[in-house]
Design a protein around this ligand. Structure first.
Ligand code: CP
Length: 318
């Protein structure tokens, strides 16, 4: 079986079989990051450009680690120091990079659809590292890998995403991915931040965190994206914390085990209290560790690697 897609633009267009293929491929790649010499010659000779038009800590460094650990040549274009600030278009920037003979572009952009737009205009593989409010497919994949590691399955799990659903590409990728893999998905947040049409995707809408805590196997806690809000969507951060913040007191009142995920960056004391962010219920840094393996798997498959040979590839020595 082969992964036949040229680009990774979102989880909406992937089949359950393709998602499973990426998650299964990531498993043998995890071990590379635990070795003393964290490098295999899987992508030797490939050149990958990381083009981040928005700030990022986790995704950009995680892609860079994944690329380097697979021995690709990798370049980070610093947008603030590039000719984008002189008015060069996205396509012209990418075509000029292609003229220097690159193989893949990893792009984060504030405009929803920018990776898809680029994929229709350049020859390289395009990987969406987060576009506007649309999708963040590798985040959805690493969240699913972390859930599957913990529960041993995705099918039948109840996962609720709490917070700013409206502006969240992470929510959309998780919803598409988890639903395809047979999980039940819910969302919860202030009515102004939960689009009603989300129920058309087969998602249950919760208005109270207490109801979520009594039903969910796992909660994915999202950051309030103040930078994307045109006006105040709720009275205050303190009130948000009171109504929707995840605290140890709330988890204790629920009286049952609920796994806590957060894609980062976290606003401690707003959507999640520090004692939960650092507590026994969370797997937040495990998500980050899994991110490197998931991105290695995506790069490997888009470069033509066969899922069945992932374990062999991961055991190759430099
Ligand atoms: N989760 C996530 O996308 O984090 P960054 O914005 O730091 O990449």
């Amino acid at each position: 079986m082969q992964f036949k897609r040229k680009h990774l633009l979102g989880l909406e267009e992937l089949t359950a079989e393709e998602i499973r293929m990426i998650l299964d491929t990531a498993v043998p790649f995890k071990e590379i990051s635990e070795r003393q010499i964290k490098k295999v010659p899987v992508l030797r000779g490939k050149t990958i450009v990381n083009l981040f038009f928005e700030p990022s800590t986790r995704t950009r460094t995680s892609f860079e680690f994944a690329e380097k650990r697979l021995s690709a040549d990798t370049i980070n274009v610093s947008i603030a120091q590039s000719s984008v600030v002189k008015g060069e278009t996205l396509v012209d920037t990418a075509r000029n990079l292609e003229a220097m003979r690159i193989d893949m572009v990893v792009i984060r952009h504030s405009a929803s659809g920018a990776p898809a737009f680029l994929s229709e205009r350049i020859d390289s593989n395009v990987i969406n590292a987060g576009d506007g409010w649309h999708e963040h497919p590798t985040q959805g994949l690493l969240d699913m890998l972390t859930l599957r590691d913990h529960f041993g399955k995705l099918e039948g799990l109840k996962v609720v995403i709490i917070g700013d659903i409206l502006h969240s590409r992470v929510a959309r990728s998780n919803i598409w991915g988890l639903k395809k893999m047979g999980a039940k998905v819910g969302v919860c947040g202030p009515p102004t931040l939960v689009p009603r049409q989300i129920s058309d995707l087969g998602v249950q809408i919760y208005s109270r965190v207490e109801d979520v805590l009594s039903e969910a196997d796992a909660i994915n806690v999202l950051r309030i994206q103040l930078e994307r809000m045109q006006s105040n969507m709720f009275p205050s951060l303190a009130e948000y914390n009171k109504l929707y913040g995840i605290s140890n007191k709330r988890l204790e009142q629920a009286g049952r085990d609920v796994l806590i995920l957060h894609p980062g960056p976290m606003n401690r004391g707003v959507e999640i209290d520090s004692n939960v962010a650092d507590g026994e219920h969370q797997v937040i840094l495990r998500q980050v560790t899994n991110g490197v393996a998931v991105r290695m798997a995506v790069l490997f498959l888009l470069a033509g690697g066969k899922p069945a040979s992932a374990a062999q590839a991961a055991s190759m020595l430099e």
